[in-house]
Design a protein. Structure first.
Length: 280
């Protein structure tokens, strides 16, 4: 029998995963409580069915939490006690870009409630069409139970580690990929302010063409996501540990992404400078 899976919430990633599962015959539930018209439209297009919380618990075999990091704790608290009281409770899989300490805190909450939790990490972009889609990494004692999801079009990997291991992987990977975007953004802006932007681009084109090609895509793609990356950079800094000076790199990245997000919603000076650099 194909499973019933709940995905909260129907954002860009959650709805794309739901659409893939739906095409494989999986019944996908979601909660549209408090969601706007765009979320409702995404859910409908992905074949997701609205359900109240109790129905999610009663019918789903797995509940995926895929929300902004700032909402992860609230969603876990919303379901922990209900899951703990259920006779046949689904696995709750937190797939959010939260810090390891946050994930272990959620684990304590679920243990107290008598509910089961899996630490999840999604690495990659929302799936489109028949492409492989993002990689799903799961850790914790119950993680092996999710291997079966590979039958339904998901790229599943089990991390041999406790709750927190998948989150650590996610933070480490994001620290490299999004950290590189932050470094490039910071230096492009500094070069532009100093009048060296054209010379920097020419040198990158001559000696680092692969990096320049990467930045031409990843920097503009970052603009609308910058607000979401602020908290993730703080989580990476905490993950590294305040006793290590390199943790400050990611505090700076958080401030940079916060500025980009503010510029995008206001005057947009930083974004315009980057665009001018890439177009020169």
């Amino acid at each position: 029998m194909t499973p019933t899976i709940a995905i909260i919430a129907p954002g860009a990633m959650g709805s794309a995963i739901a659409a893939r599962l739906n095409r494989q015959g999986v019944k996908v539930l979601t909660s549209l409580e408090g969601r706007g018209s765009k979320s409702r439209a995404r859910a409908e297009a992905a074949g997701m069915q609205h359900a109240e919380d109790q129905r999610l618990v009663d019918e789903a075999g797995v509940i995926f939490s895929i929300v902004p990091p700032s909402e992860a704790n609230a969603l876990a608290e919303r379901f922990a006690v209900r899951l703990g009281r259920a006779a046949h409770a689904p696995l709750f899989v937190d797939c959010n870009a939260v810090g390891v300490s946050t994930m272990t805190g959620i684990d304590r909450l679920f243990r107290r409630a008598g509910a089961r939790l899996v630490d999840g990490a999604i690495i990659g972009f929302p799936p489109k069409g028949d492409d492989q889609g993002p990689a799903f990494y799961f850790s914790g004692n119950a993680a092996p139970e999710l291997k079966e999801l590979a039958k339904y079009g998901l790229d599943v990997h089990i991390v041999d580690g406790p709750i927190g291991a998948a989150s650590a992987l996610k933070l480490s990977y994001a620290g490299i990929t999004k950290g590189l975007v932050a470094i490039a953004t910071a230096m492009v802006l500094a070069a532009e302010r100093a009048g060296a932007g054209s010379a920097l681009k020419a040198e990158l084109a001559a000696s680092q063409p692969q990096l320049l090609a990467r930045f031409a895509k990843t920097l503009p793609d970052m603009y609308p996501k910058a607000y979401r990356w602020v908290e993730e950079m703080h989580a990476i800094s905490e993950f590294i540990g305040g006793e290590f000076p390199e943790a400050l790199i990611y505090k700076g990245a958080a401030g940079l992404y916060e500025r980009i997000a503010a510029d995008l919603s206001g005057e947009g000076e930083a974004c315009r400078r980057i665009d001018a650099f890439l177009a020169s």
